[in-house]
Write a protein that binds this ligand. Structure first.
Ligand code: NAD
Length: 257
Protein backbone atom coordinates (compact mmCIF):
# COMPACT_ATOMS: atom_id res chain seq x y z
CA UNK A 1 0.00 0.00 0.00
CA UNK A 2 3.01 2.27 0.44
CA UNK A 3 3.80 1.97 -3.26
CA UNK A 4 3.71 5.08 -5.45
CA UNK A 5 3.47 3.24 -8.77
CA UNK A 6 3.52 5.87 -11.54
CA UNK A 7 2.85 8.84 -9.23
CA UNK A 8 4.55 12.07 -10.25
CA UNK A 9 5.84 13.80 -7.13
CA UNK A 10 7.58 17.18 -7.04
CA UNK A 11 9.98 17.69 -4.11
CA UNK A 12 11.03 21.30 -3.58
CA UNK A 13 14.53 21.59 -2.15
CA UNK A 14 14.98 18.11 -3.62
CA UNK A 15 18.75 18.51 -3.81
CA UNK A 16 19.16 19.09 -0.04
CA UNK A 17 19.84 16.80 2.91
CA UNK A 18 16.30 15.42 3.31
CA UNK A 19 15.20 16.18 -0.26
CA UNK A 20 17.71 13.74 -1.74
CA UNK A 21 16.48 10.98 0.56
CA UNK A 22 12.86 11.75 -0.23
CA UNK A 23 13.47 11.68 -3.98
CA UNK A 24 15.38 8.39 -3.74
CA UNK A 25 12.59 6.82 -1.67
CA UNK A 26 9.89 8.02 -4.09
CA UNK A 27 11.77 6.50 -7.03
CA UNK A 28 12.35 3.25 -5.11
CA UNK A 29 8.62 3.07 -4.39
CA UNK A 30 7.82 3.25 -8.10
CA UNK A 31 7.06 6.97 -8.44
CA UNK A 32 8.69 9.61 -10.58
CA UNK A 33 10.65 11.96 -8.31
CA UNK A 34 10.94 15.49 -9.63
CA UNK A 35 14.00 17.00 -7.94
CA UNK A 36 12.92 20.66 -7.89
CA UNK A 37 15.54 23.02 -6.52
CA UNK A 38 16.79 26.57 -6.95
CA UNK A 39 20.22 25.02 -7.41
CA UNK A 40 19.63 23.58 -10.88
CA UNK A 41 23.06 21.95 -11.11
CA UNK A 42 22.64 20.11 -7.81
CA UNK A 43 19.11 19.04 -8.82
CA UNK A 44 20.45 17.60 -12.08
CA UNK A 45 23.20 15.69 -10.23
CA UNK A 46 20.72 14.24 -7.69
CA UNK A 47 18.27 13.24 -10.45
CA UNK A 48 21.09 11.59 -12.41
CA UNK A 49 22.27 9.62 -9.36
CA UNK A 50 18.73 8.41 -8.59
CA UNK A 51 18.09 7.68 -12.26
CA UNK A 52 21.18 5.45 -12.35
CA UNK A 53 19.67 3.32 -9.56
CA UNK A 54 16.06 3.56 -10.76
CA UNK A 55 16.02 4.21 -14.52
CA UNK A 56 13.35 6.66 -15.67
CA UNK A 57 12.19 7.45 -12.13
CA UNK A 58 13.86 10.84 -11.52
CA UNK A 59 13.84 14.18 -13.29
CA UNK A 60 15.38 17.54 -12.42
CA UNK A 61 13.56 20.84 -12.43
CA UNK A 62 14.91 24.34 -11.72
CA UNK A 63 12.46 25.93 -9.28
CA UNK A 64 12.52 28.95 -6.98
CA UNK A 65 9.68 28.65 -4.45
CA UNK A 66 9.64 32.42 -3.92
CA UNK A 67 8.85 33.22 -7.57
CA UNK A 68 5.41 32.73 -9.07
CA UNK A 69 6.76 32.67 -12.63
CA UNK A 70 9.25 29.93 -11.73
CA UNK A 71 6.54 27.78 -10.12
CA UNK A 72 4.20 28.39 -13.06
CA UNK A 73 6.88 27.40 -15.56
CA UNK A 74 7.64 24.20 -13.63
CA UNK A 75 3.96 23.21 -13.48
CA UNK A 76 3.50 23.90 -17.21
CA UNK A 77 6.62 21.91 -18.13
CA UNK A 78 5.59 18.94 -15.99
CA UNK A 79 2.05 18.96 -17.35
CA UNK A 80 3.44 19.07 -20.88
CA UNK A 81 5.85 16.18 -20.18
CA UNK A 82 3.60 13.90 -18.09
CA UNK A 83 0.01 15.11 -18.50
CA UNK A 84 -0.45 15.33 -14.74
CA UNK A 85 1.22 15.96 -11.35
CA UNK A 86 0.11 13.88 -8.37
CA UNK A 87 1.82 15.55 -5.44
CA UNK A 88 4.12 18.30 -4.24
CA UNK A 89 6.33 18.21 -1.14
CA UNK A 90 7.15 21.62 0.35
CA UNK A 91 10.65 20.83 1.56
CA UNK A 92 12.90 23.72 0.45
CA UNK A 93 14.84 25.57 3.13
CA UNK A 94 15.48 29.13 1.97
CA UNK A 95 17.29 31.47 4.35
CA UNK A 96 19.48 34.54 4.01
CA UNK A 97 23.12 34.85 5.11
CA UNK A 98 22.22 36.21 8.54
CA UNK A 99 19.81 33.41 9.49
CA UNK A 100 20.37 31.54 12.75
CA UNK A 101 21.37 34.39 15.09
CA UNK A 102 20.46 34.64 18.76
CA UNK A 103 17.05 36.17 19.47
CA UNK A 104 18.57 39.51 20.63
CA UNK A 105 20.70 39.82 17.49
CA UNK A 106 18.02 39.27 14.84
CA UNK A 107 17.35 42.43 12.82
CA UNK A 108 13.78 43.23 11.86
CA UNK A 109 14.58 43.10 8.12
CA UNK A 110 16.22 39.69 8.45
CA UNK A 111 13.31 38.35 10.49
CA UNK A 112 10.86 39.50 7.81
CA UNK A 113 13.00 38.24 4.93
CA UNK A 114 13.54 34.76 6.37
CA UNK A 115 9.89 34.31 7.32
CA UNK A 116 8.79 35.55 3.89
CA UNK A 117 11.17 33.35 1.94
CA UNK A 118 10.24 30.19 3.82
CA UNK A 119 6.59 30.25 4.88
CA UNK A 120 5.82 32.70 2.06
CA UNK A 121 7.41 30.29 -0.42
CA UNK A 122 5.47 27.33 1.00
CA UNK A 123 2.28 29.39 0.65
CA UNK A 124 3.08 30.32 -2.96
CA UNK A 125 3.94 26.78 -4.04
CA UNK A 126 0.80 25.44 -2.30
CA UNK A 127 -1.41 28.12 -3.86
CA UNK A 128 -0.10 27.56 -7.39
CA UNK A 129 -0.14 23.75 -7.21
CA UNK A 130 -3.60 23.78 -5.59
CA UNK A 131 -4.90 25.77 -8.56
CA UNK A 132 -3.48 23.12 -10.89
CA UNK A 133 -4.67 20.22 -8.72
CA UNK A 134 -8.20 21.62 -8.57
CA UNK A 135 -8.43 21.74 -12.36
CA UNK A 136 -6.93 18.25 -12.55
CA UNK A 137 -9.39 16.90 -9.95
CA UNK A 138 -6.85 15.47 -7.52
CA UNK A 139 -3.63 16.35 -5.72
CA UNK A 140 -1.61 15.81 -2.58
CA UNK A 141 0.43 18.42 -0.70
CA UNK A 142 2.89 17.49 2.06
CA UNK A 143 4.47 20.32 4.04
CA UNK A 144 7.71 19.91 5.95
CA UNK A 145 7.36 21.47 9.38
CA UNK A 146 9.53 20.60 12.40
CA UNK A 147 9.20 19.44 15.97
CA UNK A 148 9.98 23.09 16.75
CA UNK A 149 6.77 24.07 14.97
CA UNK A 150 4.98 21.91 17.56
CA UNK A 151 6.76 22.49 20.91
CA UNK A 152 8.64 25.38 22.50
CA UNK A 153 12.41 25.17 21.96
CA UNK A 154 14.54 23.12 24.33
CA UNK A 155 17.27 25.78 24.51
CA UNK A 156 19.35 23.81 27.02
CA UNK A 157 20.51 21.36 24.33
CA UNK A 158 22.44 24.22 22.68
CA UNK A 159 24.36 25.21 25.83
CA UNK A 160 28.10 25.32 25.14
CA UNK A 161 27.67 25.46 21.35
CA UNK A 162 27.30 28.33 18.85
CA UNK A 163 23.96 26.86 17.77
CA UNK A 164 20.51 28.11 18.68
CA UNK A 165 16.93 27.52 17.66
CA UNK A 166 16.22 30.60 15.53
CA UNK A 167 13.12 32.61 16.40
CA UNK A 168 12.26 32.77 12.71
CA UNK A 169 12.17 28.96 12.58
CA UNK A 170 9.59 28.77 15.38
CA UNK A 171 7.39 31.28 13.55
CA UNK A 172 7.90 29.63 10.16
CA UNK A 173 7.28 26.05 11.21
CA UNK A 174 4.27 26.74 13.42
CA UNK A 175 2.98 28.83 10.51
CA UNK A 176 3.51 25.90 8.14
CA UNK A 177 1.42 23.68 10.43
CA UNK A 178 -1.48 26.07 10.47
CA UNK A 179 -1.16 26.73 6.73
CA UNK A 180 -1.57 22.95 6.40
CA UNK A 181 -4.79 22.96 8.40
CA UNK A 182 -6.10 26.06 6.65
CA UNK A 183 -5.51 24.62 3.19
CA UNK A 184 -6.85 21.17 4.06
CA UNK A 185 -10.09 22.78 5.23
CA UNK A 186 -10.27 25.33 2.41
CA UNK A 187 -9.76 22.61 -0.21
CA UNK A 188 -12.02 20.03 1.48
CA UNK A 189 -14.06 18.19 -1.14
CA UNK A 190 -11.81 19.10 -4.08
CA UNK A 191 -9.83 15.85 -4.17
CA UNK A 192 -6.79 17.60 -2.71
CA UNK A 193 -5.40 16.67 0.68
CA UNK A 194 -2.79 18.56 2.67
CA UNK A 195 -0.71 17.12 5.53
CA UNK A 196 2.50 17.91 7.38
CA UNK A 197 5.53 16.09 8.76
CA UNK A 198 7.41 17.45 11.79
CA UNK A 199 10.81 15.81 12.10
CA UNK A 200 13.10 16.15 15.07
CA UNK A 201 16.74 17.01 14.47
CA UNK A 202 18.56 15.20 11.68
CA UNK A 203 22.18 14.15 12.26
CA UNK A 204 24.48 16.26 10.14
CA UNK A 205 27.81 16.42 11.96
CA UNK A 206 26.56 18.40 15.00
CA UNK A 207 28.97 18.83 17.96
CA UNK A 208 29.24 15.93 20.42
CA UNK A 209 28.17 18.02 23.45
CA UNK A 210 24.95 18.94 21.65
CA UNK A 211 24.30 15.35 20.55
CA UNK A 212 24.68 14.05 24.10
CA UNK A 213 22.10 16.50 25.47
CA UNK A 214 19.73 16.05 22.54
CA UNK A 215 19.92 12.25 22.49
CA UNK A 216 19.28 12.02 26.24
CA UNK A 217 15.80 13.51 25.59
CA UNK A 218 14.88 10.83 23.04
CA UNK A 219 13.54 7.28 23.35
CA UNK A 220 16.58 5.33 22.21
CA UNK A 221 18.00 6.43 18.90
CA UNK A 222 18.33 10.18 19.46
CA UNK A 223 19.05 12.39 16.44
CA UNK A 224 17.51 10.84 13.37
CA UNK A 225 19.49 9.86 10.32
CA UNK A 226 18.49 11.57 7.08
CA UNK A 227 16.78 8.42 5.76
CA UNK A 228 14.56 8.04 8.85
CA UNK A 229 11.81 10.42 7.71
CA UNK A 230 11.25 9.01 4.22
CA UNK A 231 8.87 6.24 5.33
CA UNK A 232 6.44 8.78 6.76
CA UNK A 233 6.57 10.78 3.54
CA UNK A 234 5.86 7.67 1.44
CA UNK A 235 2.88 6.91 3.71
CA UNK A 236 1.43 10.41 3.24
CA UNK A 237 2.03 10.30 -0.53
CA UNK A 238 0.55 6.82 -0.94
CA UNK A 239 -3.02 5.58 -1.02
CA UNK A 240 -2.40 4.01 2.41
CA UNK A 241 -3.16 7.49 3.81
CA UNK A 242 -6.01 8.26 1.38
CA UNK A 243 -8.33 9.46 4.16
CA UNK A 244 -5.79 11.42 6.20
CA UNK A 245 -6.21 15.16 5.67
CA UNK A 246 -5.11 18.26 7.58
CA UNK A 247 -2.87 16.27 9.95
CA UNK A 248 0.67 16.52 11.24
CA UNK A 249 2.91 13.52 11.95
CA UNK A 250 5.80 14.15 14.34
CA UNK A 251 8.84 11.94 13.69
CA UNK A 252 11.32 12.60 16.50
CA UNK A 253 12.10 9.43 18.49
CA UNK A 254 10.15 10.89 21.40
CA UNK A 255 12.13 14.15 21.70
CA UNK A 256 8.96 16.21 22.09
CA UNK A 257 7.41 13.95 24.75
N1 NAD B 1 17.67 18.95 8.75
C1 NAD B 1 16.94 18.94 9.87
O1 NAD B 1 17.42 18.72 11.00
C2 NAD B 1 15.46 19.22 9.80
C3 NAD B 1 14.66 18.94 10.91
C4 NAD B 1 13.29 19.22 10.86
C5 NAD B 1 12.76 19.76 9.71
N2 NAD B 1 13.55 20.02 8.63
C6 NAD B 1 12.92 20.62 7.45
O2 NAD B 1 13.12 19.77 6.34
C7 NAD B 1 13.22 20.55 5.15
C8 NAD B 1 14.52 20.23 4.44
O3 NAD B 1 15.60 20.51 5.30
P1 NAD B 1 17.12 20.14 4.93
O4 NAD B 1 17.86 20.04 6.21
O5 NAD B 1 17.12 18.97 4.00
O6 NAD B 1 17.59 21.46 4.17
P2 NAD B 1 18.88 21.69 3.26
O7 NAD B 1 19.40 23.05 3.57
O8 NAD B 1 19.84 20.53 3.32
O9 NAD B 1 18.29 21.71 1.78
C9 NAD B 1 17.41 22.70 1.38
C10 NAD B 1 17.34 22.75 -0.14
O10 NAD B 1 16.44 23.83 -0.46
C11 NAD B 1 16.97 24.49 -1.60
N3 NAD B 1 16.42 25.85 -1.65
C12 NAD B 1 16.76 26.93 -0.88
N4 NAD B 1 16.03 27.99 -1.25
C13 NAD B 1 15.21 27.59 -2.25
C14 NAD B 1 14.22 28.24 -3.04
N5 NAD B 1 13.94 29.54 -2.89
N6 NAD B 1 13.55 27.52 -3.97
C15 NAD B 1 13.86 26.20 -4.16
N7 NAD B 1 14.79 25.53 -3.47
C16 NAD B 1 15.46 26.23 -2.52
C17 NAD B 1 18.49 24.45 -1.40
O11 NAD B 1 19.16 24.68 -2.63
C18 NAD B 1 18.69 23.06 -0.81
O12 NAD B 1 18.95 22.11 -1.83
C19 NAD B 1 13.11 22.02 5.61
O13 NAD B 1 11.77 22.41 5.54
C20 NAD B 1 13.55 21.94 7.06
O14 NAD B 1 13.05 23.00 7.82
C21 NAD B 1 14.89 19.75 8.65
Amino acid sequence: MMQLEGKIVVVTGGAGLLGQQFCGAIAAAGGLAVVADRDAEAAAAVAAAIGARHPGRAAACALDITRKDSIGAAIAALQQAHGRIDAVVNNAYPRNGRYGRLFEDVEYDDFCENVSLHVGGYFLVSQQFARFFRAQGHGNIVNMSSVYGVIAPRFSVYDGTTMTMPVEYAVIKSGVLHLTRYMAKYLKGTGIRVNAISPGGIFDGQPESFLEKYNALCSGKGMLDKQDVAGTLLFLLSDASAFINGQNITVDDGFSL
